[in-house]
Design a protein around this ligand. Sequence first.
Ligand SMILES: [Zn+2]
Length: 113
Amino acid sequence: MTTNYNDVRNNLLAMLEELDERLTTITQHVRHADNDIEKDSEEQVTQNEGNEVEDYLGNSARREIKAIKEALARIDRGDYHICQTCGEEINPERLKVIPYSNVCIKCAQQVEK
Ligand SMILES: [Zn+2]
């Protein structure tokens, strides 16, 4: 039964493409910011703070890309909907919201604590 996974896979691949683009934009923006610092910015954002934001955005995009690739691998293995921590089934509603999630709600809440 591979019925629904084609949709999920296409969805994940689309997200992956979008993230790749976002990451490229972030990287280009960093390079641009190095040459063109707005010193008189009202918000007085320092160069360092700006780079931290770029780092954060870049890292979170990279983390998502990794998670999506892992989700695609799990689809191939056939354990896409299985929590990688406790082995329980992940709530399908959760997978709809976070298609690259690899843990159930219970385990995710424990990690966040
Ligand atoms: Zn779990």
